[in-house]
Design a protein around this ligand. Sequence first.
Ligand SMILES: Cc1ncc(COP(=O)(O)O)c(C=O)c1O
Length: 500
Amino acid sequence: VATTLDWSDRADPAWLAKVVAGWRDREGPLYARLGDALRDAVVAFEVPAGGRLAPERDLARALGVSRSTVIAAYERLAEEGLVERRQGSGTWVRDAVPAPARAGGARRGASDRRAFDRGFRIHLRPGESLLDLTVAGPEIGDAVRDALREAAARSEEVLTGHGYVSHGLPELRRAVAAELSAAWDVPTEADEVLITNGAHQAINLVAAHVLRPGDAFAMEDPTYAGAVDVAELVGARPTGMRLDDDGVVPEAFERAITRRGARLVHLTPTGQNPTGIVMGARRRAEIGRLAADLGVPVIEDTVFEGVSLRRRPPKPIAATAPSAPIVLVGSLSKLFWGGLRLGWVRAPGPLLDRLVRLKMVSDHGSSLPAQAAALHLVAQAAGQRELMRGHLEERVTLVDGLLGELLPSWSWRPPRAGLSAWARLPVEDATRFSRFARRMGVAVMPGSAASPTGAFEDHVRISLGPSLDVLEAGIRRLAEAWDVFAREGAPESDEIAALV
Ligand SMILES: Cc1ncc(COP(=O)(O)O)c(C=O)c1O
């Protein structure tokens, strides 16, 4: 039975041998096969930047090859600039991680590992074919394709001039402000809206503006994995807040600010990712009151507002507590398509100005063709919410049936909104299981990747975004992987074929 891969042991030859398991099945001379497997591991961050690779002689012994094979493989990586060969001190993975990401000192090993698992999807190797259940977003549909066509056909009307438009297309800012005012009861002027590259960038900009290295950033536990990434990127300390069936617990919210000194809070009241919880109106009012009293900025993340089993989730917290320092962020990613990279942030003028400056430094503005298409989509939001309600209903029914039939030892509570199924395993071994399942051809996110504290090692998150076919095939594959894993632990890849 394989042991958990621990990054702190990365100079250990047995560890590295496990990382490159299956390398002999590749093509070419031995050193090239080994070199390619090592390269994939480095590129996928399985061997983190700044780490030392096992000494040549030790790795050779662990793999049962000659030392010259390992030397040639390491040289190959060195030629590609991925590693550095230092006379007398070994072979080191080049350190390409930006400095702020390394805040956290001694915890670096664990947090790097979680960052890798959070980046599961992003690090799919080119050409890797996988049933991908990691991304909580819908596949592209007709509405988006039609909007792109429409926007192209009428491009002269909105796309003019040099195209560097810092705050976003004025028409789109007006449309977003109108939608927030009318459909969400949050009175908004167009000049309080900044168009961003997805809600993720909006969260990133607010965090970069508000937080200094070492500050606490409070978030639900479990939460959107990207919020943990942002905390680490700006050098802040991600701090978890407990949830109950009604969302974040008010005492936990208060304690995060008063006792743990959080300078910023991230909340997802509707379709909490990954639990699917929808916070009730009374709890929203309570959190709104606390936010107003404590005066700490809160990012209210509305990306799943339009993907709910209930026709109308309660109003955003920002609507119930207009005097609280709440920054609303949202996007078209969950209602329509994440590939548009179209989001927004609603903030009072002076704060918005600071965010715009940060955005300018980071990317000089969002793509205008995507914004032109978004104009058509925002106008269809009400109809699309209805479509996504059906989408979610169908998937909840499907997953409920499949988990009951194929994975009876797992438990789950169907989500009320959002695009995630949060399933509990009977063991605390979700990271290892997820890695094994991926080798069996299906990717899910291990629960600890969604936790600012590294908890929930007994959960996995299954995306409810994909088509019904992919979702069903993925869960069937997951069940096959579970059967092997529960019986055998996590066998090496060359043993899998013999087992299934
Ligand atoms: C809660 C939450 N917020 C924000 C995002 C980022 O979405 P995007 O940047 O695509 O708008 C996600 C994506 O999964 C999410 O789940």
